[in-house]
Design a protein around this ligand. Sequence first.
Ligand code: CDP
Ligand code: CDP
Length: 205
Amino acid sequence: FTGPFTVALDGPAASGKGTIGRALAATFGFEYLDTGLLYRAVGARMNEGMDPVEAAETLEAGVLDDPALRTSEAGQAASKAAALPAVRDALRDFQTAFSRRLGGAVLDGRDIGTVICPQAEVKIFVTASAEARATRRYRELAARDPEISYETVLADIEARDERDMNRSDAPLRQAEGALRLDTTEMSIDDAVAAATRAVAERLKT
Ligand code: CDP
Ligand code: CDP
């Protein structure tokens, strides 16, 4: 195909969106954007005392490479900043432009299929139990910080789920027409295979 082709991947924290998104990008030659990093970058600057709306309006793509954005603190700050409609608005054009790139794009986040790209060619809602997600995220974080506890990671995920699902602007929801992938009992390979099939099918039509 030529022209834009958008894959919208949404779901709660540590459900496997990034893993699936990177695999789809590699298989189909699409560009990949983890939109959570935009909100994490805004949250991190907010924690340093900057106004979150100003942080969103002046964000530059280079900040997305900062490894400090992966911490739980940045995640919590991200979900607080993400509840502000003016922050979401300021980050919107960048995401829309990215989604229309020629050659295909995969975006992962919370509102890609519902708000940013409701016309996406493929929409997938990736989910898993809070305990399964906490176990996964705990393994990642504990590799870098041995002080971290599973209970803290679970509490962090539950607090973000609650905030992300109950905010009034762009709450986390399964988009209409989205394929639901509950990965609680699924291996990474099976989840990637199911998403790959959905994209391959759509590319044929
Ligand atoms: O992007 P998101 O926060 O949704 O999740 P991720 O970064 O793709 O996945 C979080 C962690 O869970 C990673 O360490 C994955 O390797 C792991 N994972 C898993 O164990 N089983 C899956 N079915 C998917 C992801
Ligand atoms: O990697 P993980 O799934 O833990 O979270 P993330 O995707 O990095 O997102 C961090 C926070 O940003 C989320 O908890 C949401 O509050 C917010 N976010 C959002 O509101 N909309 C998006 N499209 C992406 C992230």
